[in-house]
Design a protein around this ligand. Structure first.
Ligand SMILES: *Cc1c(COP(=O)(O)O)cnc(C)c1O
Length: 389
């Protein structure tokens, strides 16, 4: 079985696992225990990770709030900003191609009385900055635009979008899960106020994530959404997942060190996959622009194919159509690009990552081409029979 679904999750790097293991057994302390060595060891590991995660995104370590993942980080950013700024306005802005972990918290706020603008995207998958400019007003308290899309890999113009938000006094949040560790992402250079990331998309463990919260320049005082012992400077209570956080830090450190070489390698494999698919199949289109895109992402649609049959036939290649969490429905991202329901369903998302080899990419391209040909042949035969010939 070949794994080409690195946008859904990634395997833990063996170096990350090695870093994590001692914190399950000998060094099992609670990072909040200040009275003995067990607690100090755990606390030191958490602070080391905080620095490693901060370094990956150009933040200060005090700006990093550890969470259970990016779903929680997005919820904390969005609900925490709305609660903190209730008196400043009543309006929120986002984009149609966001992850559900951004759209759904915003829709809940809309049910609670906030006004929500969900901007369409251009055919490229990129947000229209002129439309964003028109949407943001003095009543807008938060704008949320993802850095890199998890289905089509397109990289949004975050710096420009943040500047548009700030010009009207709104805070700017970005879901940077797919960008962090894959392409340069720096909270200072982009001037974002809140950014969500997660370990398991960068060869770290599941269940560890972080929210960057700006302290320098603009004071972004979000309201906590989980109350308790006052952990994480009161922004997120709960005993810290020390093994997970230790692994997250190591994963961030590795991703940062290896990014230039790894991005080039992965992009080489992506381009090879695209070329091989293009050479072996016709009636294929790439969804989303290739000009501003994650190195490891490819998303394509095939003419005249039943999407479900396509996925079922790819029995030894793990790819997906759309996001992991929303299978069987046409992807809201592809629909936002203007694809029909059928065409959105006849799409494949390839996510190339650290473990992917050239041989795997070559095999996958051949297999997809063979399946597409077979399904088209069956489809044509079925149509011929339906005509009563
Ligand atoms: C995976 C993903 C999430 C959710 O992250 P979890 O840590 O699994 O909760 C959020 N946003 C994007 C863009 C993602 O790809």
């Amino acid at each position: 079985m070949i794994y080409l679904d690195h946008h859904a999750t990634t395997p833990v790097d063996p170096r990350v696992l090695e870093t994590m293991l001692p914190f399950f057994t000998g060094m099992f302390g609670n990072a909040a225990s200040r009275q003995h060595r067990y607690g100090w060891e755990a606390g030191d590991a958490v602070e080391r990770s905080r620095q490693q995660v901060a370094a990956l995104i150009g933040a200060g370590s005090k700006d990093v709030v550890f969470t259970s993942g990016a779903t929680e980080a997005n919820n904390l950013a969005i609900k925490g900003a709305a609660e903190a700024r209730r008196k400043d306005g009543d309006h929120l802005v986002t984009v149609a191609t966001e992850h559900k972990a951004v759209l759904d918290p915003l829709k809940r706020l809309e049910r609670d009385g906030w006004r929500l603008t969900v901007l369409p995207v251009k055919g490229s998958g990129l947000v229209d900055l002129a439309a964003l400019q028109d949407a943001v007003t003095e009543r807008t308290v938060l704008v949320s635009v993802m850095a890199a899309n998890n289905e089509i890999g397109v990289l949004q113009p975050i710096k420009d979008a943040a500047a548009i938000a700030h010009a009207k006094g709104a805070w700017f949040h970005t879901d940077a899960v797919q960008a962090a560790g894959k392409v340069p992402f720096d909270v200072e250079a982009l001037d974002v106020d809140l950014a969500s990331i997660t370990a398991h998309k960068m060869c770290g463990p599941k269940g560890a994530g972080a929210l960057y919260v700006r302290r320098r320049g603009r004071e972004v005082a979000i309201a906590a959404q989980i109350d308790g012992g006052g952990h994480e400077r009161g922004k997120r209570s709960g005993t810290l997942n020390v093994p997970g956080i230790a692994g997250f830090g190591r994963a961030a450190e590795i991703a940062r060190a290896e990014m230039p070489a790894e991005a080039a390698r992965v992009q080489g494999l992506r381009d090879r996959l695209l070329a091989a698919l293009g050479a072996q199949t016709d009636g294929m289109t790439v969804n989303g622009t290739l000009d501003a895109r994650l190195p490891g992402n490819l998303n394509v649609s095939f003419d005249g194919i039943d999407g479900e049959a396509l996925l079922v036939s790819l029995d030894d290649v793990a790819v997906s159509s759309g996001a992991a969490c929303a299978a069987a429905e046409p992807s809201h991202v592809l629909v936002a690009l203007g694809l029909s329901k059928d065409r959105a369903l006849a799409s494949l998302r390839f996510g190339i990552g650290r473990t992917t080899t050239q041989a795997e990419v070559d095999y996958a391209a051949g297999k997809v081409a063979e399946v597409v040909k077979r399904l088209r042949h069956q489809g044509a035969y079925g149509a011929y029979r339906a005509l009563g010939a």
